[in-house]
Design a protein around this ligand. Structure first.
Ligand SMILES: Nc1ncnc2c1ncn2[C@@H]1O[C@H](COP(=O)(O)OP(=O)(O)OP(=O)(O)O)[C@@H](O)[C@H]1O
Length: 184
């Protein structure tokens, strides 16, 4: 953790392009950076509990949607007792200068990072139109798209930067804006 100088929190609706933008950023700064996912300790612990095949759970295969709903409910319970639990677990192996957290979903995630890391933290919201998200494979799923994990940050207004990510040229402009804003 001593090395860490910037923590970039990435948020956005499903299929807005969080992974895409995070990977693009990571490709630019390479070994000075790493991508951290809050969902990783959630999936690891959930898989252990259910004795599931972790690789299946981490991939985009049929397991993902099937267990997603139950997993969200279980993680809500853990989070209700300790809102920083999964953020803390995800950051255990953070060691590079720039940390990109690619799946920020809740106000309490942001609260945890700001309380813990203060001015190191920068927040990014990625926006994409619904029709573009649909083209990328999104379809509205009750119990997933209408619950806190997907909607809690819809009314958050204090992003350091908001990026449009509908088309390739948007994402180029967005990455440029990020690099200027965060100086890398
Ligand atoms: N700017 C872009 N240019 C080209 N393809 C993109 C762009 N943004 C996203 N995509 C593609 O759209 C799909 C969804 O993007 P991505 O996986 O990054 O979204 P996400 O927000 O991480 O989704 P989820 O929350 O469901 O994991 C991927 O196949 C990705 O490659």
């Amino acid at each position: 953790m001593e090395n860490v100088k910037k923590i970039i929190l990435i948020s956005g609706k499903r299929k807005s392009g969080k992974d895409h933008i995070s990977a693009t950023l990571q490709n630019i700064v390479r070994d000075r950076s790493q991508i951290v996912r809050i969902s990783e300790p959630i999936k690891t612990e959930w898989a252990k509990r259910l004795n599931l095949n972790l690789n299946e759970l981490l991939s985009d295969g049929p397991y993902k949607e099937k267990y997603r709903k139950d997993m969200i409910e279980w993680s809500e319970d853990v989070r209700a007792k300790d809102y920083g639990y999964f953020c803390r677990a995800a950051m255990l192996h953070a060691h590079t200068e720039i940390i990109i957290v690619s799946d920020i979903r809740r106000k309490t995630d942001i609260k945890y990072f700001l309380e813990t890391y203060g001015t190191l933290v920068h927040t990014v919201r990625i926006m994409a139109k619904d029709e573009i998200r649909i083209e990328r494979g999104w379809h509205f799923t009750k119990g997933v798209d209408d619950v806190a994990s997907e909607c809690d940050l819809d009314d958050y207004t204090q992003w350091d930067i908001v990026l449009q990510n509908n088309y390739a040229e948007d994402s180029e402009a967005g990455i440029k804006a990020l690099r200027e804003k965060f100086e890398f």
